[in-house]
Design a protein around this ligand. Sequence first.
Ligand SMILES: [Zn+2]
Length: 246
Amino acid sequence: MRKIDGASGVGYRVGLVGDIERRVRRYIEGCFNVDPIGRVVVLASGGLDSAVLLKLLDVMGYKIVVVTINTRSRTPRERMALKDIVSEIKNVDAFHELEAPDLREYVEILGEGYGGYVRREPYYIPARNVIFLGYAAYIAEIYGAKVIATAHNRGDSSVLPDVSEEFMSKVSEILSTYIPGLRICMPLSMLDKVEVAILGISIGAPIDKSWSCYDNLDRPCGRCRGCLERERALEAARKLLSATHV
Ligand SMILES: [Zn+2]
């Protein structure tokens, strides 16, 4: 079977492309197995992963409540991107932008001279997912939702301490105090960025509306980690998809 190199250097077998959507759908049907399902709260940014997750849930017919958190350095461009993505998703019932201007990233905190802080990647926000999931639980309780979905992919869990399965299951347990039976689902966590891009292209996700750049320019800078990872993933995904149609 033909193999094509992905952005991560891993070879993808062409025959497995169609399998990506089936695997993610199977995970969603298992994790969202609540009766009645009601609405699903999706913690979203304006990035590629969020665009893909929202589109997939839309295609699967779930009623979606979108939650997004505006931290201090979040760019207006990314906020606009999420609005553009949401405008393409039919089954969005509600969209909540929550303001959290006191939440700073590692690079900002360093500049303010705090000591005793463990070295992290530049865009890490301390206790980020405890806080974000807390906001999502607040919204879930208001809507009577039992499922919170996040768009983290497999690469995120390798660099961020608060994106692991173990972390998420512990937080679910705590949040169940407020919402019995609540579950946190990470449908894209089995996929790397290239696989997320393949899934997004194949289901017609509004990838062109998404924004991955850390700068707030009219166009993506093309140099930051967000831009580079996105471009590498999309290029590899397009190459792979075109190869499957040869
Ligand atoms: Zn950039």
